[in-house]
Design a protein around this ligand. Structure first.
Ligand code: FDA
Length: 503
């Protein structure tokens, strides 16, 4: 059945009946813009030309989310959930086309973190940030942690929805691997936990990308043990000091290191920055490096010991004297424009390619590359266990460009740099299909049409980008979608389309 044609006015009347006025913001509300912009991270999408929501429901209670979904379904106004607003393409609060009105359900108020240190679990609201989660865990126990991403202002809701990885990934895998229960509002406005939603939907929400299946309100997480002391280092190796040879070697070494060691590389300007976290002392880290990667030349002077939560601050803010309370800072107005793309690498990239990449960093509009090693626990999990399929890769490659000046010309320069390098790398990265990480959302890969198939996104068309993010899991995601949301209520430019019954 097709979705009803949209009627924004009736939708707003429905909200006015079912919700307290203080949680609904429309264009007419004086604080609409400030609420809308409260968690926008990318200045590209603050522009007035971007199609914006007809209403923002700042939900304070599950019943508010249920009412927004029911009113939306009744009047043909789709709802986009927003947790931390970090989506690289802004899909939680903006649409590409103004053809159909939509609303945002903002979950920023769903940010309680309730840690049960004895059972090593925590319930966390989708609107909490990773920083708030890590802070709450560390306040309850110095020996517990959580294997999520590095950015402290990233929202838990979107992050877990797309997989989520950070410095503990080689030891513990993805953030989504540690979800043991969740509470959602489904496309019919029902409040469901894991038992009630069933295992197929529970599988899909742990990595199938945000905004396709439901609004997740809360997640129950299994926490992981961390040692009392961890060790970190950051060393720079400029191009003229064998950086090319080191990066080439790193591709084989880093994914094969013991699980307690994470060693990533950031390439920028004419420099390779090697960053490491080790779940143990400096003696262990320096000895491991001496044994496995002597060329890198790490010495005891490079290494610093600290607690796990201090290491979170170290990698987020690059310093050792930072206050833990910084993790509670949710950010202010966006301060940069950015664009990113991603790849997976299955075979080491030849050294001549890294050598020629340096010339890219001399170009106008140059950004940076982040190489995150996989291996360890990642390789031990089946690619079918969660929707995230990239378990057997050597590393994730992120292309990231950012700038601070407004204007089309400057944007084109930076975005052009990223697209150009991404094209150049094609022969050396994963193929058939080329891989990409859904949490580094990239609309260049393809989008759902405005109104494919009478309001329902087309499956065949979506395979182009869907299989890059999810490989063979894309079909299963589409089958789950057909079961739980056949009318495609939870839809955005890259949401999962329902699998046609003919397949
Ligand atoms: P946002 O609220 O924008 O949501 C993202 C998508 O999920 C949207 O489609 C939205 O509709 C949907 N969604 C949000 N909440 C939902 C909910 N409760 N239920 C259902 N759907 C929901 N990634 C990583 O793996 N490791 C890292 O270290 C980092 N670091 C990082 C730093 C910075 C500065 C940025 C901007 C991003 C990252 N990321 C990352 C990427 C990050 O994981 C990704 O952007 C997440 O989707 C962001 O989640 P938010 O809730 O903040 O985004």
């Amino acid at each position: 059945p097709a979705a009803p044609s949209s009627d924004a006015a009736s939708f707003l009347r429905c909200l006015a009946v079912d919700l307290p006025p203080q949680v609904v913001y429309t264009n007419a509300s004086p604080s609409y813009s400030s609420v809308l912009e409260s968690s926008i991270k990318n200045l590209l999408f603050v522009a007035p030309a971007t199609p914006m929501p007809v209403a923002i429901v700042a939900a304070a209670d599950a019943s508010h989310v249920q009412a927004a979904v029911r009113c939306g379904a009744r009047h043909g106004v789709r709802v986009r959930p927003r947790s931390g607003g970090h989506d690289y393409e802004g899909l939680s609060y903006r649409a590409l086309s103004a053809a159909r009105p939509f609303a945002v359900v903002d979950l920023a108020a769903f940010r309680d973190v309730c840690v049960d240190a004895g059972r090593r679990t925590a319930w966390v609201g989708s609107g909490a940030t990773l920083g708030e989660l890590y802070y709450a865990i560390a306040n309850r126990s110095a020996r517990l942690g959580f294997p999520g991403g590095v950015g402290p202002t990233v929202g838990v809701g979107g992050h877990l929805s797309g997989g989520g990885f950070g410095l503990l990934l080689r030891k513990h895998g993805l953030a989504a691997d540690h979800v043991v229960d969740a509470v959602i509002v489904d496309a019919e406005g029902r409040l469901l936990d894991r038992a009630a939603m069933g295992e197929d939907l529970f599988w899909a929400i742990r990595g199938g990308g945000g905004g396709s299946f439901s609004v997740v309100l809360r997640w129950k997480l299994r926490l992981v043990r961390v040692p009392a002391t961890v060790a970190v280092f950051t060393v720079h190796r400029p191009r003229n000091q064998s950086a090319t040879a080191l990066v080439t070697r790193w591709q084989r070494v880093a994914p094969a290191l013991p699980r307690d060691v994470f060693l990533r590389v950031v390439l920028q300007n004419q420099d390779a920055q090697f960053e490491s976290l080790y779940l143990g002392t400096c003696a262990g880290l320096v000895a491991t490096m001496a044994g496995r990667f002597p060329e890198l030349g790490v010495t005891p002077r490079d290494c610093i010991e600290m607690t796990w939560i201090e290491s979170v601050l170290y990698f987020a803010f690059y310093g050792t004297e930072k206050s833990r309370e910084l993790l509670l800072f949710r950010g202010t107005r966006p301060e940069r424009y950015f664009k990113a793309k991603s790849d997976y690498v299955s075979e080491p990239v030849p050294s001549h390619v890294w050598e020629s990449a340096w010339s890219w960093f001399l170009k106008d509009g140059a950004g940076l590359l982040i190489l995150d090693p996989y291996g360890g626990r990642m390789g031990a999990v089946s690619p079918l266990a969660t929707p995230f399929p990239h378990r057997r890769e050597l590393f994730n490659l992120q292309y990231y460009g950012f700038w601070f000046e407004n204007g089309t010309e400057v944007a084109e320069k930076h975005i052009g740099w990223i697209r150009g390098l991404h094209t150049e790398m094609e022969p050396y990265v994963s193929k058939n299909p080329r891989g990409a990480y859904v949490n580094y959302r990239d609309l260049d890969l393809g989008v759902n049409g405005d109104d494919d198939d009478g309001g329902v996104s087309g499956y065949e068309k979506a395979r182009a980008w869907g299989e890059m993010y999810f490989k063979a899991n894309f079909e299963r995601l589409a089958a789950v979608k057909a079961k739980v949301d056949p009318r495609d209520f939870f839809r955005n430019e890259q949401s999962i389309p329902p699998l046609p019954s003919s397949r």
